[in-house]
Ligand binder design. Structure first.
Ligand code: DGL
Length: 280
């Protein structure tokens, strides 16, 4: 049976990726899942992030997704390799789960001129060193400086986008990142939540430094993937319909997601991501 493309994030952040999918690939159906009840992931342990992400993957498979994008750097950094190598072969080797780190690393290496790149991300993504490791493989001449911003996701999830408190933490983290090197010419927003803060972020970044959100990079990479993998593309429904699920309050989700996407969102709340193993 065909199904939608699954798009997963701990909360609202993946909507910044979904928006670009809808723009570049409007014909596909998407099933967005935000684990808002358990967000943020960035401060959680490796085991917990892996456990939650695997639950979400199994849940989305049970809703007929053949392809899932982890639109979350933290889940991509902490869970993707295990899910791909250990779980998928047992659950269903014909389904696919993709992440956001590799395609992003491929792009930043091409964009930097100075060879000095900053990454703003969650604690989980920073401690995983995923960006540094990927960049070392792809562009060994590029130096990556990282800054964990543990306060940013809670501020975004709680709708505190332009408060004095938000500005305080944003400026502090950016100043700290930039203090590592005056040669930084590119700052990656290495958390899918952060693009909603981009206007404020840019106020604290010198104008010659590029601030890079991931959405369009991941959308292009998905497009390329679907062209290369016709066997997966054939299993994706193409009616241009997006469905939203949240583990949190659907009223809150509708309100925030509508303002993220500039369109009316009607989400459904799901009590638990744990599904009957009988399905698998
Ligand atoms: N949006 C996520 C990311 O890209 C995760 C944020 C969180 O839950 O901490 O890392």
């Amino acid at each position: 049976m065909k199904g939608p493309i699954g798009v997963f994030d701990s909360g609202y952040g993946g909507l910044t990726i979904l928006k670009q999918f809808q723009e570049l690939l409007p014909e596909y159906d998407y099933l967005y899942l935000g684990d808002n009840a358990r967000s943020p992931y960035g401060i959680r342990s490796f085991d917990t992030i892996y456990e939650y992400t695997l639950e979400a993957v199994k849940y989305l498979f049970s809703r007929d997704c053949h392809l899932i994008v982890l639109a979350c750097n933290t889940a991509s950094a902490k869970a993707l390799v295990n899910v791909q190598k250990l779980d998928l072969p047992l659950i269903d080797p014909n389904r696919r789960v993709l992440g956001v780190i590799r395609p992003t690393a491929e792009t930043i290496g091409d964009l930097t001129v100075s060879g000095h790149v900053g990454v703003l991300a969650t604690e989980g993504t920073v401690t995983s060193e995923s960006y540094q490791l990927e960049m070392k493989k792809l562009y060994p001449e590029v130096t990556v400086y990282q800054e964990a911003c543990p306060m940013w996701v809670p501020l975004i999830e709680n709708g505190e986008l332009d408060s004095e408190g938000a500005r305080f933490f944003i400026k502090r983290n950016i100043d700290h990142l930039l203090s590592h090197s005056i040669e930084i010419d590119t700052i990656l927003l290495g958390c899918t939540h952060y693009p909603v803060l981009i206007d404020i972020i840019k106020q604290y970044v010198p104008s010659h430094v590029r601030v890079l959100p991931q959405g369009s990079i991941i959308a292009q990479s998905l497009k390329d993937y679907l062209i290369r993998h016709t066997e997966i593309d054939e299993k994706c429904n193409k009616n241009g319909i997006t469905t939203f699920l949240t583990t949190g309050s659907s009223q809150d989700f509708n309100k925030r997601a509508s303002s993220f996407l500039n369109e009316k969102v009607n989400s459904t709340r799901i009590d638990s991501l744990i599904i009957e193993e009988a399905f698998m």
